[in-house]
Design a protein around this ligand. Structure first.
Ligand code: TYM
Length: 364
């Protein structure tokens, strides 16, 4: 390929999103946001703050509004330079829910009921899926589950379709996510293929990009569960804005395993998680860290990790403090991001509507 050809070749499109349901966790950082910042120069990047998704679980309007600004400030503080990417609020761009509706009409309900994250969230609302799963994997609402069923909104069930629309609305080539979003990505790919098959070639089939280290950071209190923003135990989750003292307390109380050897093995989920976090931040392979900690105790691992987490996140914390004071700047970033996102989204939505058979509106 000549230099001119390579210059004229469009950059591949990256899209990914996070929910503004609270501050970003170390899981969000290592599994997602930190890796996005490394992609800015090579790709055309769209980063969404998905507030429409956030209302699938109970939310306070004032808190949701504030979270949107906190989220964009954290994105920028983590290295997402607004001059090199488009950062937008999902609710600012027309097309996400419109495309989601078209895709909903291609999605069997059973596929949505089989989604692990839906089952987990339904279980959290008091519905015991394990006891009532039917052999085909669909949730059957038992008599005892009736109350829980009433409290599970249809948005929670349709969540993965809206997520597919977020991606396909931009015809994204690559979607960087943590391990927990892989199943949703699979559904998105299936829906894109289904649409292309039914209405002719329209969507790019997006590829997931899941980092090798950090794609699944576990809870400090229960290393068999994913680290999550909404954990009731406030020692379970490290947030990227945590002050050093909170980081120290949380890591000091992190669950470790029996024995004293520092190794990342299946029977040592707590120690493995701490080593993964270390590796994600220090860039040193886990095997090298096992060597480094050979003959040392859990106390040494925890104190070195505390130092590492505090120091690595210090620039993020201080940049965030400046940014959150400048709401006007954050609003400008979101307005510019939404304008760029809308431009691309309209084109793809118009194409989809045409293919589905919706007549074009006449301009007066
Ligand atoms: P959300 O907001 O839960 O998380 C944002 C990103 O962080 C990753 N992540 C983790 N990675 C490693 N370890 C963890 N413990 C951990 N927790 C979260 C997630 O995988 C994600 O990449 N449904 C999505 C938001 C979404 C989206 C999209 C993502 C909506 N539309 C379109 C990509 C493309 C979610 O709830 O992410």
């Amino acid at each position: 390929m000549s230099e001119n050809e390579s210059l004229s070749k469009p950059k591949s499109v990256i899209l990914t999103c996070a929910q503004p349901t609270g501050n970003l966790t170390l899981g969000n950082y290592l599994g997602a946001v930190r890796n996005w910042s490394e992609m800015l120069d090579r790709h055309e990047c769209y980063f969404g703050i998905v507030d429409l998704h956030a209302i699938t679980t109970p939310s306070e309007p004032a808190v949701l509004r504030q979270n949107a600004y906190q989220c964009v400030a954290q994105y920028i503080a983590c290295g997402l330079d607004p001059d090199k990417c488009h950062q937008f609020l999902q609710s600012h761009v027309i097309g996400h829910t419109e495309l989601a509706w078209v895709l909903t009409c291609l999605t069997p309900i059973g596929e949505l009921q089989r989604m692990t994250q839906f089952k987990d969230k339904a279980a959290k609302l008091g519905f015991k899926t394990a006891e009532t799963d039917s052999p085909d994997g669909e949730i059957k609402f038992s008599h005892e589950g009736a109350r829980a069923q009433a409290s599970i909104n249809a948005g929670l069930l349709c969540y993965p379709v809206l997520m597919a629309a977020d991606i396909l609305l931009y015809n994204a080539d690559l979607v960087p996510v943590g391990e927990d979003q892989r199943q949703h990505l699979e559904l998105c790919r299936d829906l894109a293929q289904r649409f292309n098959h039914q209405y002719s070639e329209t969507f790019v089939i997006p590829e997931p990009y899941v980092p090798k280290t950090g794609s699944r950071i576990m809870s400090l209190a229960d290393p068999t569960r994913k680290m999550s923003k909404s954990d009731d135990n406030d020692r379970a989750t490290l947030f990227i804005l945590d002050e050093p003292d909170r980081i120290r307390k949380k890591i000091a109380s992190a669950v470790t395993d029996s024995g004293s050897e520092i190794r990342a093995t299946a029977d040592k989920p707590g120690v493995s998680n701490l080593l993964t976090i270390h590796s994600g931040l220090s860039g040193r392979p886990v095997a090298e860290l096992e060597e480094h900690f050979s003959g040392k105790g859990y106390g040494e691992l925890k104190s070195e990790l505390t130092e590492l987490v505090s120091e690595s996140l210090a620039p993020v914390r201080s940049r965030y403090r400046e940014l959150i004071e400048d709401k006007a700047y954050l609003k400008t970033v979101l307005a510019q991001g939404a304008a760029a996102a809308q431009k691309r989204a309209y084109k793809i939505l118009a194409k989809v509507y045409r293919k589905v058979g919706f007549p074009e509106r006449e301009r007066n």
